[in-house]
Structures are given as C-alpha cells and as structure tokens.
Ligand binder design. Structure first.
Ligand code: ZN
Length: 429
C-alpha cells in the first residue's frame, strides 16, 4: 500500500482560509472500489476528524482504495468552532468567490466528482440522539446524533446507489457490536432533501448525490462526551461500509475503547525547519528558547491534525482542537551549514543528523568537532564552553530542562559562531 500525502498550504492574501486540508491516498495492491472519507467539515465535532486521522495512521488497504481528507475545515478545527467563516456545509450549492471557504469548497468538490471515487462519507458529531418518534428533548426526530443521514433512498442506476439499504446494513452491524450504552444505537435518518429540506440542499452530500456520487453523513452524538467513544463508533461505521464495498484492510490495533483511547493521545512529532524534532505526546506545556526563524518557519507534523497557531510571543502547537504545547522562540538567522555530528551512543559511534530523535539506553557523547559548539540543555559544566567530548547520562541533566513531562528527553543543540545549526533530541530509556 502507498500513502501519498499532498499538503496544500496556502497563505491567502486578503480572503481565504490559512490552513488548507490534507489529502491522503491509500491504495491496496489489488484494485477495487474507492471510498472518499471527509472529516472536519465542522470544527467542533472532533469525533468526525480524529476518526479519519486514525485511519490514515493505522490502516493499510489491501484491496480497493481510500481517499481521506481528515481536516476539511482546519481553521475551524483549531478553534474548536463549527465554522469560523460560517457553516461550510451550507456552501455547496452556491459560494461567493470572495468567501474565505471558496478555495476549500471548490477543491473538495473537484475531489468528490473525480471519476475514480465510488462513494463519499462526511463525518460529524450531531446534536442529541435521533429517534423516529418524539421521546424527549434529546431523543427525537429532529436530533442528528447516532444516525446515518441520507438525502434520499436511492440514486437510480448508480453503483452503491441504494443508500437506504446500505445504511440499514451499517446500523445493523453497529447495533450488533458492543455499544458503550444501549441508547447509543444507530438509525437511518432520511432527510428527503429534494422535496423537504431546503437547508440540506446546500450540503456536501446533496452536492455529491446530485452529481451521481453516492454519499451519506455519519453522525455520532455530541451528547456522548468521551472522544474515544465517538471515534470508536465512527471507525466501526467506516468498517461496516468498507465491508459492503469489498474494500479490504488491516489495522495495527484492536478496535476497542481502550486501544482507541491510547492512540488518541499519541500526538507524534513536530519537526521545526528540519533541524529540531520535538516528540509531542508527553511534551511540556511550555517550552522556552526554541530556536527558529523570526518568520516563515517550516513546521512538519507526523500527525494529520498537527498545526501551529501564531500567538505573537509564542507558537501554540495543536493536534486538532487539542492544545499540546506552547513554543517560545529564540530567533536565529539559521545560515549555519552544518547538518550532522558524530556521536557515541551507548558506546557505539554513529553519525546523527540534526533534526533526528534518538533513543539512548544509558550514555551519550558528541564527538568533538571544530565545525560547531555543543550545548546540552540542562547539563551544567563550569570549565568549558562547548559540551562535546563529554559522556552524559540522564541523571546528569537538571530535570526541569527536559522537553517532556516524564523527564526523559533532552536536547543537544549545535551552534556555529552564535548561529544555530540544529538539535539532536535524546530520549533516555
Ligand atoms: Zn456537523
């Protein structure tokens, strides 16, 4: 399987979103049907974007293909708001060219109508719990949660056009699985969009079906407060649909609440300008003297929902709607050309590139080199300016200088004549 990541970062001049969505193409060895998974159209519905983020990171397609956009409305996701430029899911019949969402909506429409796509799902967390008859203010026909939303029963003469049948099978699969509570059971909600629902005529799924692309929305409930539960239901729903579409896959974890919870707190790494890699899962809330450019820094995340918000005095690191760390910068020109050092890691010599994150069992030493000065942050020496040629272990560091809350990870920084060259991130086991 291949994953092709195309990251479109656009800094739009006057109008327009700052963060463009990412597109992941996941192809099996064997050809087959293609499902397009769209997450994050509403920024305050994290079940809808953390689920596709896990698909991208932990699934391998064997037969058929996936196209995944986990973060359609990324600017709204980082603010945890439905839509900072208005409701994006009401912009699919018409959108003004000067609408900040124009570029995103135009781009996603072109992906939806791509001839290779067989089916589209749009992931949400919806209000309440959908029931076909009125039970209470939370359980009623006007609610959206725990339902598969279809605009009509069928799209005639289109492969997978029997939306009613497909979603009925998905409900049955979910309701036969182990739900965290009985009242979390799923239903099919038909909005009869063409005849009855003027609002839904502006939606993504209606745009798709009027272009003869089968589409539905998966809504877990906003009233389920635990993210892991919503994500579990989204993944179970996606898998039920994959089965129907004969798209086969492997995943590298068991689909249980415990495992989903564990994966949701794995934030991966952030690499800054290719010179410093910061592990994020256990990073301290605030990190000081982080070397970077005054402007236009390159922040590369391993997590599909990773991004930064510029807050002036610091950069707020986000994974989706979750604030992970504040980085207070120290500015350098970064003209230094050195890219690597030789180090002794547990007694073995090896070349380590700046920007690398290494694990050390016991001891670490940078081999002396005229090309740079070494600063082991949190390690104090009185008699020398450069800290190369010194073998160190974890207990040699002052714990408050660690990068992580667990006090295992420290940084070796390299300088040339006062300019910053790069960092080797060292985690002691
Ligand atoms: Zn929504």
């Amino acid at each position: 399987m291949r994953i092709v990541l195309t990251l479109f970062l656009t800094h739009v001049l006057l109008f327009g979103a700052i963060r463009h969505f990412s597109t992941y193409e996941m192809k099996g060895e064997e050809p087959g049907n293609k499902l397009f998974i769209i997450g994050g159209i509403h920024g305050d519905e994290p079940g809808g974007y953390f689920a596709p983020a896990l698909v991208v990171q932990h699934y391998t397609i064997k037969k058929g293909a996936l196209l995944v956009v986990p973060n359609l409305n990324f600017d709204s996701i980082v603010q945890n708001r439905r839509g900072i430029y208005g409701d994006m899911n009401r912009k699919f019949d018409h959108i003004d060219a000067n609408d900040p969402d124009f570029e995103l909506v135009t781009h996603i429409k072109s992906l939806i109508t791509d001839p290779s796509v067989d089916f589209i799902i749009n992931l949400h967390d919806g209000r309440g719990f959908y029931r076909s008859t009125w039970e209470s203010a939370i359980f009623n026909p006007r609610a959206w949660g725990q339902a598969y939303i279809i605009d009509q029963k069928t799209i005639d003469d289109v492969k997978f056009g029997n939306l009613d049948k497909i979603t009925s099978a998905m409900s049955e699969a979910l309701n036969n699985s182990e739900l965290a509570a009985n009242y979390h059971h799923f239903s099919v909600k038909n909005t009869y969009t063409k005849d009855k629902d003027e609002q839904m005529r502006m939606s993504l799924t209606y745009y798709a079906i009027t272009h003869l692309k089968p589409a539905l929305a998966i809504e877990t409930s906003k009233n389920i407060t635990e993210l892991k539960t919503k994500v579990l239901y989204q993944l179970l729903s996606i898998e039920a649909l994959l089965k129907h579409m004969d798209i086969t896959f492997e995943r590298d974890f068991d689909l249980t609440l415990e495992e989903v919870e564990r994966l949701l707190t794995r934030y991966g790494t952030l690499t800054i300008n290719g010179r410093f890699t910061l592990p994020l899962s256990t990073a301290r809330n605030a990190l000081y003297f982080v070397p970077m450019h005054p402007q236009n820094n390159d922040f590369t995340f391993s997590h599909p929902l990773g991004t930064t918000i510029d807050r002036g005095s610091y950069h707020q690191v986000m994974i989706g709607n979750i604030p992970v760390a504040r980085l207070y910068p120290q500015h350098f020109s970064l003209t230094c050309k050195a890219e690597k050092a030789v180090a002794e890691v547990d007694g073995t010599l090896r070349t380590v590139n700046f920007g690398e994150h290494i694990t050390v069992k016991k001891t670490f030493k940078v081999i002396e080199d005229e090309a740079f000065r070494v600063n082991l942050i949190g390690f104090v020496t009185k008699d020398r300016d450069s800290q190369d040629g010194v073998r160190v272990q974890k207990t040699d560091f002052i714990p408050r200088f660690s990068l992580d809350e667990d006090q295992h990870t420290y940084r070796a920084e390299f300088y040339d004549n006062g300019d910053y060259c790069g960092t080797i991130t060292v985690t002691f086991e």
